[in-house]
Design a protein around this ligand. Structure first.
Ligand SMILES: Nc1ncnc2c1ncn2[C@@H]1O[C@H](COP(=O)(O)OP(=O)(O)OP(=O)(O)O)[C@@H](O)[C@H]1O
Ligand SMILES: [Mg+2]
Length: 358
């Protein structure tokens, strides 16, 4: 799989760009505020149906305009699929192969980009939501049933929470317990097996990048030693009192530990960045092992906050993965990734391909 070509219109500072990509390594070079991250954001949007910088669609539309549009051609096994996104202030419209898509998750079956950007440390620093999303993205790529079970769980959760509100009949909430328990227990199992798959690669990458022992500790979303069913029964009174479901996989988390201590309490900011990058790369490696040639990695300003040696170690890992790369840098002399197959110069929202590459 490779993103062969994109057309971007009215996205952030980019009025219009038509780009042809290399299946291996693409480099965007330009000064600060030229539009490099915006380009990665448009590419990311094509595979994820969302931005990695904001949840507000109006921020993505070029100032003074009404909508943005990103279209991409993905080549896989000799076939080309066109993915199209248009975003207004209120909503996005997603099309795959010309037909409306059921949801953003369908895009990822065609083009599943991962990102490592200067904010990547937030994966460790912030609350559990990002880590849950990280975890579930990984499970999605190794478990064909994940999406369906995840949707069933969240539908049951919504219905149960609605039934727990004052003036609702409490017996209605119990009707949803069976479905919540079945889907939740299955998701918990999927997450556990996925983490068992991820752990050895993460340990290897952690050792490579930090020279430290990196491990994961999983929290299901209810107390250790209990089953989901027991936890739900124990929480029933509290759930009714507060009108919300307190236990379940929607409260799960995964802790990252360095030498046995929680990472965010132990390591420096640069190390946090390396750790979060190690997590992302380990996830890509697991995905690649299942479906070789299916990954894409966006690296936004990898040199930021890393010394030359650490950057070199990180890029060594990146290079070893067989994924399509989109990298931004302030200068073209980024060491460690070899020669880009395609290089683009970005200046005030205008993107031009650099013709000659040795
Ligand atoms: N909706 C928008 N419409 C027009 N311009 C925008 C919009 N959103 C952001 N910009 C501008 O786009 C410019 C490019 O931003 P971007 O983050 O892509 O730059 P960059 O090349 O990644 O810079 P840096 O090297 O500092 O990270 C900025 O000047 C920003 O203010
Ligand atoms: Mg940037």
């Amino acid at each position: 799989m490779a993103l062969a070509r994109v057309e971007i219109d009215e996205f952030r500072c980019i009025e219009r760009a038509q780009l042809r990509f290399d299946p291996h390594y693409n480099l965007f070079v330009g000064p600060n505020a030229s539009g490099k991250t915006s380009l990665l954001e448009a590419i990311f949007f094509l595979g994820r149906g969302r931005s990695f910088r904001t949840r507000r669609l109006d921020r993505l539309i070029r100032q003074g305009k009404e909508a943005f549009r990103v279209v991409g051609w993905v080549e896989s096994g000799g076939r080309s699929t066109v993915l199209g996104i248009s975003g207004s202030r209120q909503s996005t419209e997603i099309r795959i192969g010309g037909a409306p898509a059921g949801g953003a998750a369908e895009l990822a079956n065609h083009f599943p980009p991962q990102i490592i950007d200067p904010e990547v440390h937030k994966l460790l620093e912030e609350g559990p939501q990002r880590r849950r999303r990280f975890l579930d993205w990984g499970v999605f790529h190794v478990e064909p049933q994940f999406l369906e079970v995840w949707q069933r769980y969240h539908r049951a959760l919504r219905q149960r929470n609605a039934a727990l509100k004052p003036n609702s009949d409490p017996r209605t909430a119990a009707i949803w317990d069976t479905e919540l328990l079945a889907a939740g227990t299955r998701l918990d199992e999927m997450r556990r097996s996925y983490l068992a798959l991820l752990a050895p690669t993460l340990a290897e990458y952690g050792r490579h990048l930090l020279g430290l022992d990196v491990t994961l500790s999983y929290q299901a979303g209810w107390a250790q030693g209990e089953t989901f069913e027991e936890a739900l029964a124990r929480s029933a009174d509290r759930d009714r009192r507060f009108g919300i479901t307190h236990v379940g996989v929607h409260r799960g988390d995964v802790g990252v530990r360095v030498e046995g201590q929680l990472a965010r309490e132990r390591v420096s900011r640069g190390q946090q960045k390396l750790l979060a990058a190690a997590l992302t790369l380990a996830q890509l490696a697991v995905q690649e092992a299942r479906a070789p040639g299916s990954g894409a990695l966006l690296l936004d300003d990898p040199a930021a906050e890393l010394d030359g040696q650490r950057l070199g170690l990180l890029l060594e890992l990146v290079r070893a993965l067989n994924v399509q790369l989109f990298v931004t840098a302030l200068r073209a002399d980024l060491p460690g990734l070899g020669h880009p197959g395609a290089m683009f110069h970005v200046e005030q929202g205008r993107v031009t391909q650099v013709a000659e590459l040795s």
